[in-house]
Write a new protein. Structure first.
Length: 443
């Protein structure tokens, strides 16, 4: 991979927010002390998680959060994106988040909580419209308790992946394979988001956004069938959620497939956002369907889908097999800037990162270096980007992949559950130095 690591990273504007991200189910552990989520049920089924692991203990962040906040302070980040476990709050425990937020504030790190990062309480179902109302009630409770110290909120994490992987293809919890019958799950999450924005504003909260995963879609060829399939995939990944949120309408042909009075709901869904979060990992190459079920990146894609995902060749890949294409981040941001124009609020990159093994993770350094420079190019092209968060602070439970994929700046020794020792990797020290240089006078 080309790296420009020899030259300093260009200076970002003053006030640009540098952070790292995690999520509750992936790091907290202490599963006994809360209600079950759909992920607990899913991981209990044999064969669902590749290494047969669960997140019952994970990084045991629930008990070791002080050590983790100390790592954040030493890293020098401005902000920490974590998520709040809805099942934990339902079992009456908000004290943990109270302590965590206090610890972050004392360390001078801005708390940026995500209110839903896929760990739906097992008693609830996104196919039920009522779940959207329950979500807004839960959000009011959290805002009432933490709102005095939290300046920035994220309602949902990647509703598209939760719909697609969890409900359409069945490779994530709750493990349903509904294909296009999963669309109500998308609508109900969007509605939940809109109701949550209203609940947050009613409690006096500001700095409200949500986080979607986006990436450029590359057609497999210039053939008509490939172009159409790529367009369709682009709608699913880049517009199904962004259009209703930012434009107040579904992409053509989709609104009529949604349950209930979608037109009326869109008014709630399109409540203005203070900022828009983008998680970026890689572009996707897409072509016409190939008439058979195919395995791609560990996901089996049924033959009935109107597209097929193809390998991106001639690019380095991470240990997860994801292609490394930093310049696609610049393209993605300039495309969003053109597509949504003044309807696009300031953007924050809420996740970007890669899985590589090893403590001397030079590949991760090259990945982050390339992507931070690509982000700077988007700023130069006038895209209003206000922050960048690395996924992730710690190695953690990577959903259906278990502990096999290591995304952390800090290594966690899962082999020794008694200590779960944290060891900063080379990339942690590199990012610390980048942040020092960004903040240093006249650098
Ligand atoms: C994103 C998820 C996050 C993590 C990274 C690798 O899709 O939001 O929880 O799993 O991918």
């Amino acid at each position: 991979m080309t790296t420009e690591a020899g030259n300093p990273i260009p200076r970002f504007p003053a006030g640009f927010l540098w952070g790292v991200s995690t999520s509750a189910h992936q790091i907290e552990g202490a599963a006994d002390a809360r209600e079950p989520s759909v992920w607990d049920a899913f991981t209990a089924e044999p064969g669902r998680v590749k290494d047969g692991s669960t997140a019952a203990v994970a990084c045991d962040h629930y008990h070791r959060y002080r050590e983790d906040v100390a790592l954040l302070r030493e890293l020098g980040v401005d902000a920490y994106r974590f998520s709040i476990s809805w099942p934990r709050v339902r079992s009456g425990d908000l004290d943990f988040y109270d302590r965590l937020v206090d610890e972050l504030c004392a360390a001078g790190v801005r708390p940026v909580p995500t209110l839903f990062h896929w760990d739906l309480p097992a008693a609830l179902d996104w196919l039920d419209r009522d779940t959207a109302e329950r979500f807004a009630e839960y959000v009011s409770v959290v805002a009432g308790r933490l709102g005095d110290r939290v300046p920035q909120w994220i309602t949902l994490n990647e509703p598209a992946e939760h719909t697609l992987l969890g409900h359409a293809l069945g490779v994530h919890a709750p493990g349903r394979r509904l294909l296009f019958d999963a669309l109500p799950v998308a609508h109900h999450q969007l509605l939940a988001h809109g109701l949550a924005v209203r609940a947050l504003r009613a409690s006096g909260a500001t700095g409200i956004g949500l986080t979607n995963s986006h990436g450029p879609t590359w057609p497999a060829s210039r053939e008509q069938a490939d172009l159409e399939a790529a367009d369709f995939y682009d709608v699913l990944l880049n517009r199904l959620f962004a259009d209703p949120l930012l434009l107040g309408r579904y992409p053509e042909g989709i609104g009529e497939l949604m349950p209930g009075d979608a037109e009326a709901d869109l008014k709630i869904i399109a409540e203005p956002l203070d900022w828009y979060g983008i998680n970026y990992y890689a572009p996707t190459r897409v072509g016409a369907p190939q008439g058979t079920e195919i395995e791609f990146g560990g996901v089996s894609m049924p033959a009935e889908l109107p597209f097929s995902v193809r390998e991106i060749e001639d690019r380095p890949v991470t240990d997860f097999g994801w292609p490394v294409v930093p310049e696609a981040l610049t393209d993605l941001l300039t495309t969003f800037h053109e597509r949504y124009a003044d309807r696009l609020p300031p953007v924050v990159i809420t996740e970007n990162g890669c899985s590589y093994d090893g403590l001397d993770d030079q590949d991760r350094i090259a990945y982050l270096d390339g992507h931070i420079r690509a982000l700077h190019r988007a700023l130069e092209a006038d895209v209003d980007v206000r922050g960048y968060f690395v996924w992730s602070l710690l190695d953690n439970f990577e959903w259906a992949e278990g502990y096999a994929r290591r995304f952390g700046l800090v290594h966690v020794n899962f082999e020794d559950p008694a200590t779960l020792k944290r060891t900063p990797k080379a990339s942690y020290r590199w990012l610390r130095d980048v942040l020092r240089a960004q903040k240093g006078a006249g650098a």
